[in-house]
Every structure is written in structure tokens, then in C-alpha cells.
Design a protein around this ligand. Structure first.
Ligand SMILES: Cc1ncc(COP(=O)(O)O)c(C=O)c1O
Length: 347
């Protein structure tokens, strides 16, 4: 366990010289929860002396209706990271291999190691995209699951449907391919994967989604898997019983009911992302377009310097030392401060 990497949560910073502190380091949405969602939570709070429904039946039904997917192909968990862990525990044991692009979501290596399985990390291309040919070449008889993260955290790029189809045609149906769509609601690239259609067309494909990002429920911990029935069954069995609280379940259902209001906010985030990217591009930063609620700046050796200086302006961002920084699209004032910092940085 000493070798187990520690999950690095996005930092908070302190206010500096009267400057309000902002957190752009965890890809959260900056909007407060919808009043209707808060009302549902308050209502459910009166029942916390009771265990929750272990099957999250109302949420599963709402998801089944929304995506036209049978109930037995849906399983929930404590955030999509919890579901991700349930998946690996369900399908990979000691010595089995889990393939994913790298750099990608930081929890993949941790939960793979916890399951006793082996991570096979396939480097992203130089422009931050999944290298699906190299991922194909990495498959061995021990491969049990392949994660495709799109849009990818932290680089923000998508995998196209065409490339995924070509890839899936060559992957054995014995191997589970999980499309991690934590940020899918922020994507506007029409060529990107349609995870739901793909899982319906392929017996070995599942989709991982979350209420933490576009739905603004990061603090409540609820995510879900949709995919092959046998995998959904196994994911339910590997879950910690009663992991998803009733409060989380009602908030998720209320969020689905108020989706149009939440998705207006998503549109705002996309508008802000485009503005932020164009400001950075005008300063000479070479950015691969992001389809998520964050932007990746490959700063290489200067990554830590930028992160340190952003602490000085009371904005926390997420540095990956030696590689780059990931900045969540949050409050306008915080993004403006980052632009000012970027101007100084390039001059
Ligand atoms: C790609 C990806 N997948 C899954 C998650 C897990 O999110 P949660 O556990 O909050 O649903 C994250 C969180 O940052 C992520 O970036």
C-alpha cells in the first residue's frame, strides 16, 4: 500500500491582500445549487434516521426513462469515481490489466492498484489526444477493461465516434470498454462519441457519468454506470451497501427534472470557456480546444511557477508539474485574474 498513489484533490487558496479567493482546481461548477434542488434536499433531510434505498430505484427509473435503457443495465455509486472503482473490482483481479490513456483521470491508477490489477498507461499524443492505435497494441490476454475518457481530464479533448468505432471493431468482445463521460454535457463537437448510442450498439461497452459536474452536485457524491447487464449486476454487488444517500438520490432526481435550467448554466460555462480560450490564444498560448468545463495549458517546465503565482492572486488552479495546468471555468473575476497573470507571464 506504500506504493499506492495518493489522490490529489484540487487545492483551495487563501484570500490575498483583500482579494477574494477562488477555486478553479476541481472542475466544479461555480453556480450555487438550484433552489428546487435545495428544497428537495431539505425535505429529504427529515428522513436521515432511515437507511436509504440501496437500489436507488427512483434515480435508476429516471435514468432508464431518460436514456431508454433497461433498468437492469444501470447501476449507481458514490460519485462516478465510486462507480469506476466498483467496475474495476467487478471485472479485474490480481494481475489483470487495465488500459487507459495517460495523462487522464488521476483516480484510474489508484483504483486499479487497489483491485490488485495492473495499470497499462498509454501516452496521449503530443496534442493531448487518446492514441487508440497504441491502446490497441497494448492489449494482451490479461486485459480486462479499457477506459476511454472523453472529454479527457485534464487535457479537454474528445475522441471521435469514427475513431472509436474503428477501435471497437478490433477489440475482443470479452474486454469491457468503459467510456468515461464525466464532462460530456460540456461537449459541442459533433464528431465526438455518443456514448449512449455506442453502448446500445456494442455488447462490451459501458458508459460512466456523474451528477458532480454539469448537474452541480459534486458534494453529494452520486454517479452511474450504464452498460452490459452482467457488468451492471457486478457493479451493484461490489458497491458499499447504502453508499448513495437518500439526499443524494432526491437531489439527482430533482436535477434531472430541472435539467433545462441546469443546461442553461452549462451554456454559460461553454461561452466562458470559448472567451477564455480566445484570450489565452491571443496571448500566444497554443491550446488544444477543450470540450469540458476546464482548459489545459501545456506549460511544461514553467507549470509550477505559474501555479505559485496564481496563489499570489488568490486563485487555485491544478498544476501537473512538468506538464501543464488545468484551469476550471469558474467565476469571471477569477478567469480575468488568470488572464492578467498570463499576460505578465508571457511578457
Ligand atoms: C474523468 C473523470 N471521471 C470521473 C470523475 C469522478 O467524478 P465524481 O466522482 O465526482 O462523479 C472525475 C472527477 O473529476 C473525472 O474527471
Amino acid at each position: 500500500m506504500a506504493k499506492l498513489p495518493t489522490y490529489k484533490a484540487g487545492k483551495k487558496v487563501d484570500a490575498v491582500n483583500g482579494l477574494t479567493a477562488y477555486k478553479l482546481s476541481s472542475n466544479e461548477v461555480a453556480h450555487a445549487p438550484l433552489p428546487s434542488v435545495v428544497a428537495a434536499i431539505v425535505d429529504a433531510a427529515t428522513e436521515i434516521n432511515r437507511y436509504p434505498d440501496p437500489f436507488t430505484s427512483k434515480l435508476n427509473q429516471a435514468l432508464s426513462d431518460k436514456f431508454s435503457i433497461p433498468l437492469d443495465q444501470i447501476a449507481t455509486g458514490t460519485g462516478s469515481v465510486g462507480v469506476c472503482q466498483q467496475i474495476i473490482q467487478a471485472v479485474a483481479g490480481a494481475g489483470d490489466e487495465v488500459i487507459y490513456a495517460w495523462r487522464s483521470f488521476e483516480a484510474y491508477p489508484i483504483i486499479t492498484t487497489i483491485a490488485g490489477a495492473v495499470s497499462v498507461q498509454v501516452p496521449l499524443t503530443s496534442d493531448g489526444q487518446h492514441d487508440l492505435n497504441a491502446m490497441l497494441a497494448a492489449i494482451t490476454p490479461k486485459t480486462r477493461v479499457i477506459f476511454v475518457c472523453t472529454p479527457n481530464n485534464p487535457t479537454g479533448g474528445i475522441v471521435t465516434q469514427q475513431k472509436l468505432n474503428e477501435f471497437l471493431a478490433k477489440v475482443s468482445k470479452e474486454i469491457l470498454v468503459v467510456i468515461d463521460e464525466a464532462y460530456v454535457e460540456f461537449n459541442r463537437d459533433e464528431n465526438a462519441i455518443d456514448g449512449i448510442a455506442t453502448l446500445k450498439a456494442n455488447s462490451n461497452v459501458g458508459v460512466l457519468r456523474t451528477f458532480s459536474k454539469a448537474y452541480g452536485l459534486a458534494g453529494l457524491r452520486v454517479g452511474y454506470f450504464m452498460g452490459p447487464k452482467n457488468v451492471a449486476d457486478a457493479v451493484r454487488k461490489t458497491a458499499v451497501p447504502f453508499g448513495v444517500s437518500n439526499i443524494a438520490q432526491v437531489a439527482a432526481v430533482a436535477s434531472l427534472e430541472n435539467e433545462s435550467e441546469l443546461f442553461e448554466r452549462v451554456e454559460d460555462v461553454i461561452t466562458e470557456r470559448r472567451w477564455f480560450e480566445s484570450e489565452l490564444a491571443a496571448l500566444g498560448f497554443n491550446l488544444a480546444p477543450s470540450e469540458a468545463n476546464f482548459v489545459w495549458i501545456p506549460l511544461g517546465d514553467r507549470t509550477e511557477e505559474f501555479a505559485k503565482r496564481s496563489e499570489g492572486i488568490a486563485v487555485s488552479i491544478r498544476p501537473f508539474p512538468g506538464e501543464g495546468i488545468r484551469i476550471s471555468i469558474g467565476e469571471r473575476q477569477a478567469l480575468e485574474r488568470i488572464i492578467e497573470l498570463a499576460k505578465e507571464f508571457v511578457s
